[in-house]
Every structure is written in C-alpha cells, then in structure tokens.
Write a protein that binds this ligand. Structure first.
Ligand code: NI
Length: 137
C-alpha cells in the first residue's frame, strides 16, 4: 500500500522566557536576546502535526483527522494556549522553552497516543519565518 502523510494545523499563544538559572541576566541576554526578557513575552505558535503510514484498506484513511484534531486540542492546545510555559507547564519547569524543546515535548506527548505504526513529524513555527521540525530521532 502507498505510504501517505496527513497533516493537521493547530495554533496556540504562549508566553515564555529563554534563560538558564545558572547564568547571569547579562549572559542570558547575550545568548538569548529579546527572548530572555525577565518579564516574559509571547509568541503565536503555529503547529503542524504530520502522520505518515499506509492507507487503511477499510477506511481509506491514514489516520482520522477528526481524531487527530481532538488529540492535539487535549494534549497541546488546552495545556499550552494562553499559558506561561516556564511557570504553568510542568514540562518546562526545568527545560528551556525554545521552539526546539517545545517540539520535542509535543512529539513525546503525541507518541504516547498515536498508533506506533504511524511516523510522527512535528513542525513548530515560533514566528512566520523561524520554525523547527522534529520526528523522534
Ligand atoms: Ni521568544
């Protein structure tokens, strides 16, 4: 059977601050720039979740996108949207909430739920021009 990739877009707004507790404010500002503002700042994150696998013979689907929509809502949008990632989201209490780390956290949350025969790729836009991808490697 052909292997096909299906995609679902989602969106969340979150605040964050990029910093290391063991660095001075000066060093954090030097490395992370504006994203290290001690008073936090927000991004409009755009997420694309891509699932690759064989087309199911009975349904003609790779994966039901209605189900994927619900999974993304419960696992990503509800816990992250309008939240301060550093303060309110457990996964980032000791993990710098860069787009790279956010994409890895999302991948692992979805990997627990999406059937194992499907490959997952996370594409996360922090700005329209800056984005990262992660596929579990
Ligand atoms: Ni930022």
């Amino acid at each position: 059977m052909p292997r096909v990739t299906v995609h679902r877009r989602a969106h969340f707004n979150s605040a964050h601050r990029l910093y290391r507790k063991d660095w001075s404010d000066e060093k954090n500002a030097e490395i992370f720039g504006k994203c290290s503002n001690p008073n936090f700042h927000g991004h409009n994150y755009e997420l694309v979740v891509s699932l690759t696998g064989e087309i199911d013979k009975e349904t003609g689907y790779v994966f039901d996108l209605g189900k994927l929509k619900k999974i993304i809502k419960e696992e990503v949008e509800e816990p992250f949207d309008h939240k301060n990632l550093n303060i309110e989201v457990e996964e980032f209490k000791n993990l710098n909430p860069t787009a790279e780390n956010i994409s890895v956290v999302i991948y692992h949350k979805l990997r627990r739920i999406i059937p194992s025969h499907l490959d997952i790729e996370i594409t996360l836009y922090e700005t329209p021009r800056n984005f990262v991808t992660y596929s579990g490697k």
